[in-house]
Design a protein around this ligand. Structure first.
Ligand code: SGN
Ligand code: CA
Length: 515
């Protein structure tokens, strides 16, 4: 719906009495990345990744605001996380449990509530919920996972292709809307949602040689053998060693990876490579061909081959992140230059974190630390203490209520999170959650073969139940931060297991998973 026709709706008519106040209500900018590990943001401190690659622009958000050091998801997979953000409800309540589901857009969402209260609402970029966005004055989304090069975009009018690199284009569109389309008399809420750095981690033409002259340190668990854990860690299919294909590793050059045009690899190759224009393709070949030649000549095997794959993977991943970071910088610069920065809340997050070689893995899904977490940082100008940290356990479940609270819109009674506004203001509320509930619903047959599971995490312990295979794991995060040994069967932890099971039961009741 365009702005003019929107003005005529009864929703706005109902919100009119509030408009006098609206000029002062802050704008909200939600920059939401895909698969961006907290270990790949320098504001989160030193990791095997940030020792080499920094994110200076995302760090600007941290310098002006708060880094949530204990930020978690409820279900570490894309579509479900997005549905949780929109609804403030766990997957089993909002109905979107697994990628490939169709989001019921008729249900209550925070953008709808903000729109009713007089906000202009916009979503641009990755959406991945199948149904069309509802509750937005303006939307322009990628189909499904989207494309890196010369991507398609969907609007109310249909699908069209644009020339360029997806992260730049999403940012251009966001800035263009703020500059030329918004109603300056109304506050706005914009969701700017990047596709990068999703698998297959394809960088923009100007970043293809970044990090060529350095090696990233390896995480201590790169050669994990999964001893000490149950069967799910052994049966997954997300290993750098064996689960990556030629497309992921950019080893296919400009010729198809094999002779079978119907093979998955050929189809993927075509999707990605054949979308590039001659300029992009030449840049790609000029960058990868000499590196691939050197790889073939060296012909590494065993651990050396895993090491080579790890370097290729994290370098491409961080090349994508570098472009996300540049684009965050463009947005922050614009807000500052235009004066909008003074009254715009900026939050940065990702649908979920990601394995960057920890446990020998890429991807997410597991309730283990690298993927149950997600980065979250942000500021409310004039309210958030600059350069601060929050240690409180927060979840993506909290964002809907947070945005409503920032806008001064009463929260409906049925959302399941907590507003983060007190934390954004630097307060330490006495009453705050001391545990989080997690549930990954996809079946083990789906891509990457992770067993479905649910569990509870406190500041020290994590209890996981892999329900289909009926296996339990308990981790003592203080003693074993890398989660290498389950203590579930250790008699010394029997009391802890009992307590954690009771807490899990309490949470499953509270969140209405079970009666
Ligand atoms: C694709 C990827 C997977 C990834 C899922 C979900 N394969 O299927 O590696 O786990 O998306 O990602 S790919 O060969 O198509 O890249 S999510 O971010 O949408 O949850
Ligand atoms: Ca994702």
């Amino acid at each position: 719906m365009n702005r003019r026709s929107f003005l005529a709706t009864s929703a706005v008519a109902a919100a009119l009495p509030a408009l006098g106040k609206s000029a002062k209500r802050p704008n909200i900018l939600w920059i939401y990345c895909d698969d961006h590990s907290h270990n790949a943001i320098s504001a989160y401190g030193e990791s095997h990744i940030t020792r080499i690659a920094k994110t200076p622009n995302i760090d600007r958000i941290a310098q002006k605001g708060t880094v949530f050091q204990n930020s978690f998801v409820t279900n570490s997979i894309c579509g479900p996380c997005r549905a949780v953000i929109l609804t403030g409800k766990h997957s089993h309540i909002n109905g979107f449990k697994a990628n490939g589901n169709r989001f019921n857009g008729d249900q209550q969402t925070f953008p709808k509530l903000l729109q009713k209260a007089g906000y202009e609402t916009v979503v641009i970029g990755k959406w991945h919920l199948k149904s069309e966005p509802q509750g937005f004055n303006n939307w322009e989304i990628l189909p499904g996972q989207g494309h890196y090069y010369n991507p398609d975009f969907i609007t109310e009018k249909g699908t069209h292709q644009e020339t360029g690199y997806v992260t730049d284009l999403i940012t251009d569109k966001g800035l263009d809307w703020i500059k030329n389309e918004r109603d300056p008399d109304k506050p706005f809420m914009m969701m700017l949602q990047h596709k990068a750095p999703h698998r297959e981690w394809s960088p923009p033409a100007n970043k293809l040689s970044l990090y060529d002259d350095v090696d990233f340190p390896e995480p201590p668990t790169l050669f994990d053998d999964y001893e000490g854990r149950g069967s799910p860690a052994h049966t997954q299919d997300m290993m750098i060693k064996s689960s990556m294909d030629l497309t992921d590793l950019k080893l296919h050059d400009s010729t198809p990876p094999n002779d079978d045009p119907e093979s998955r690899e050929c189809k993927r190759w075509k999707e990605i490579y054949m979308r590039t224009n001659p300029g992009q393709r030449n840049a790609w070949d000029a960058a990868y061909q000499p590196k691939n030649k050197a790889f073939r000549e060296a012909n590494p095997d065993g651990r050396d081959l895993i090491r080579w794959k790890y370097q290729r993977y994290v370098k491409d991943y961080m090349r994508c992140i570098s472009s996300v970071d540049d684009n965050v910088g463009r947005v922050l610069d614009f807000l500052e230059e235009s004066g909008l920065a003074e009254n715009t809340v900026v939050m940065y997050s990702s649908d979920q974190s990601f394995y960057l070689g920890e446990h020998g893995w890429f991807d997410k899904r597991f309730m283990y630390e690298e993927s149950v977490r997600t980065p979250l940082l942000g500021y409310w100008p004039g309210q958030t203490p600059a350069g601060s940290n929050s240690e409180a356990m927060v979840q993506n479940l909290d964002m809907a209520q947070t945005f409503l609270d920032i806008a001064g819109v009463p929260e409906p009674g049925d959302m399941q999170g907590q507003s983060l506004v007190p934390l954004l203001k630097g307060e330490s509320p006495k009453k705050w959650r001391t545990s989080i509930y997690y549930q990954y619903h996809q079946i083990a047959k789906s891509i990457h073969h992770v067993q479905p599971h649910y569990g509870v995490r406190t500041d020290r312990y994590k209890l996981i139940h892999f329900n289909d295979v009926d296996e339990w794991e308990l981790y003592d995060l203080e003693k074993d931060p890398h989660e290498l040994k389950s203590e579930y069967a250790n008699p010394e932890y029997a009391k802890t297991v009992r307590k954690m099971k009771a807490e899990l039961k309490r949470l499953r009741r509270e969140y209405r998973v079970e009666a």
